[in-house]
Design a protein around this ligand. Structure first.
Ligand code: FES
Length: 254
């Protein structure tokens, strides 16, 4: 059930170029927050719908009721968020959207493929998968060395392959190039990143079972603007903010 909460900032740090990590304390239980969901943060004063920003959840600390978000400062709203201070309060709706449906899946190994700011939600997913005894392999793509983050955190959970577009760190090329080279074994894949990357991932892995998160395509995040609509293979469409951001890979047409 989505609720409104005033989250307080416990930690804020820069973890890569233009990339920020914020740890937020909740007043109410975050036990129901699942991997793949996002929080919808209101930044500044004024019209709440215009000023809210959907930001994916990178980690949940249930014992201490903490949420971690990681985001890039790409516009006015996220830049403003990156300039908040420890102790500031953030107005948020949570948890929003669909989660990766790991409870209902039988698998021994999982492949996680993330690109840029699509990497954070895969971290909490990886932790949950490992807790269930599932082997995790991650292929993470970034623009260049300066943008790489969370490599060690993923390494603590399984095998990790990093790709950069310019080859300044790890493999040179796209995540799908790394996949072709490494050919990891897996039962199910989970992916999040830019639409072009997801298109390439879903076509490369078209004979595999997988789930993708389309959060890059979100606008208002509350079903009001239709900016997030994506065609589905049944001839209809889906609203990413309400029926997603996570979909079975074969459900939507990218
Ligand atoms: Fe506005 Fe989905 S983001 S309707």
């Amino acid at each position: 059930m989505i609720r409104k909460d005033m989250l307080s900032i416990k930690k804020l740090e820069t973890i890569a170029k233009d990339t920020f990590l914020i740890v937020l304390a909740s007043n109410i239980s975050v036990d129901d927050v699942a991997p793949g969901q996002f929080i919808h943060i209101r930044i500044g004063q004024g019209n709440a719908h215009l000023l809210r920003r959907p930001i994916s959840i990178a980690d949940v600390d249930q014992a201490n009721q903490l949420l971690t978000i990681i985001f890039k400062s790409v516009g006015e709203g996220t830049t403003q968020l990156s300039k908040q201070k420890v102790g500031d309060q953030v107005d948020a709706l949570l948890p929003c959207g669909t989660a990766y449906p790991i409870a209902g899946l039988t698998m021994h190994s999982a492949l996680l493929i993330g690109g840029g700011i699509g990497v954070p939600p895969l971290y909490y997913l990886a932790k949950q998968l490992v807790a269930k005894g599932i082997k995790v392999t991650a292929i993470l793509g970034f623009q260049n060395k300066e943008h790489v983050f969370y490599e060690q955190e993923f390494q603590a959970l399984g095998d990790v392959y990093i790709a950069t577009n310019d080859g300044s760190y790890g493999y040179q090329g796209f995540v799908t190039d790394v996949y072709q080279q490494v050919q990891p074994d897996f039962d199910c894949y989970f992916s999040c990143g830019p639409t072009a990357m997801l298109k390439s991932v879903t076509s490369t892995l078209e004979d595999k079972q997988g789930y993708i998160s389309l959060e890059e395509r979100m606008g208002c995040g509350v079903g009001a603007c239709f900016a997030c609509v994506v065609p589905s293979h049944d001839g209809g469409y889906r609203k990413i903010c309400q029926q997603g951001p996570v979909f079975p890979a074969k459900e939507v047409a990218l």
